[in-house]
Design a protein around this ligand. Structure first.
Ligand SMILES: [Zn+2]
Length: 394
């Protein structure tokens, strides 16, 4: 039978009590685990966007905590003896982070509502938390304004309290949102700032949140998703970002704040280098194409295999030979890769080069294609490049 949740759930009376003693009232096997119920518990079950607590019961790890019509239950690997008293230990460091983030969410939601954004959902994950807002697109400036306001309320160290009220009395207070439950409502108040129905765990004064940092803004249907961190996670998140920036700064031999400018300069230099090397490649391709035509027995039918050459260079060469009026068939051979075939035909009539190459390559397990004057493809794994070169007739 369900007990009065206010007595059964220790976190309602004191969210800072992490060690407790309780009577095991039930311990049932279920899918390789045990569903353990107690006459009272300090473990918070997953609800309202806040994840469940972790810790131990009688020394056994608590894998998850949830609730149903009968109240809170704990999942363990081992059975517990019904009728015996056990000591429960909630992971206090984790719970405190949950309390900081949950209270931070109240502050952010209230601050966003003042500017017209309504909170539609809240989720607290193992690394970051987010609120889903409705109320149109949100830009960085507006988000920063809210972030600053919320942090000022943190620094004011306002008391956070809760009380149970009948629904009518709760509604008369002017809550930020209507309660989702029927019957007595638990109202959480941040003094002079926010009144909200909530069953979660919160810190007793806003200063304990430490700081709130918005770390991502994403567009969402009818609004935005605001990802944030608070408490110790805000500090660790800042360290991670600073370390990443410092690593980039060392690579660029500049100060961390000079990284963006240094990257822009590096990209400009890269573009200039690319232009220079492109001009060089064009000259080389031109010289090589001219030389090949001069030494060829038949400048109108040039065939060759290029070993360990960039296939893109071989392709450029084939295209240039085609422009110069030759028929050419070039193969680029590189270790560990199938031979790449390029064929071009300059002036003159002839069959469709793409069709011809596709057919010839397919016969050797390769593939390719193209158009009337240009074709390319890859040789089959077992095909002999030299034989293919000698035998192909478009
Ligand atoms: Zn709450």
């Amino acid at each position: 039978m369900a007990l009065d949740p206010r007595k059964e759930r220790i976190y309602y009376q004191d969210p800072y009590q992490f060690t407790f003693e309780a009577l095991v009232t039930s311990s049932m096997p279920q899918a390789g685990r045990y569903v353990v119920r107690l006459d009272r518990t300090a473990f918070y079950p997953a609800s309202g966007g806040q994840p469940s607590d972790r810790g131990t019961l009688g020394g056994h790890p608590v894998l998850a905590v949830d609730q149903d019509a009968e109240g809170v239950f704990h999942l363990t690997h081992a059975p517990l003896a019904v009728g015996e008293r056990v000591v429960g230990e909630v992971d206090g460091a984790l719970r405190l982070e949950h309390m900081r983030h949950h209270t931070a969410q109240h502050l952010l939601s209230a601050a966003f509502l003042q500017r017209g954004w309504q909170t539609q959902g809240f989720h607290l994950g193992p690394e970051v938390a987010h609120v889903d807002l409705r109320g149109g697109p949100l830009d960085l400036d507006a988000a920063r304004e809210v972030e600053l306001v919320a942090n000022r309320v943190v620094w004011e160290n306002r008391p956070v309290s809760d009380r149970w009220l009948e629904p009518e009395a709760a509604a008369a207070l002017g809550l930020r949102r209507p309660p989702a439950v029927t019957g007595p409502v638990r109202v959480v108040e941040i003094e002079g700032w926010d009144l909200c129905p909530c069953g979660g765990t919160h810190v007793r004064a806003t200063g304990e949140i430490g700081s709130i940092r918005i770390c991502a803004l994403d567009r969402a249907h009818q609004g935005a998703r605001v990802t944030f961190v608070a408490g110790e996670r805000a500090l660790r998140d800042a360290w991670r970002r600073f370390d990443a920036l410092a690593r980039a700064a060392r690579q660029l031999s500049v100060e961390p704040l000079e990284v963006p400018e240094a990257l822009i300069r590096a990209r400009e230099r890269e573009r200039e280098r690319e232009q220079v090397s492109e001009a060089r490649l064009s000259r080389l391709v031109e010289l090589e194409a001219q030389a090949m035509r001069q030494v060829a027995r038949n400048p109108d039918d040039i065939r060759g295999i290029f070993k360990d050459r960039d296939p893109l260079e071989v392709e450029r060469l084939a295209r240039r030979l085609g422009e110069l009026g030759s028929f050419c068939l070039l193969v680029a051979e590189n270790p560990g890769a199938p031979g790449r075939v390029y064929a071009a035909r300059g002036e003159g009539e002839g069959a469709d080069l793409g069709e011809a190459l596709r057919g010839a390559l397919a016969a050797s397990g390769g593939k390719g294609g193209g158009s009337v004057r240009w074709a390319q493809g890859v040789l089959g794994a077992l095909a002999d490049a030299k034989a293919f070169l000698n035998e192909f007739r478009p």
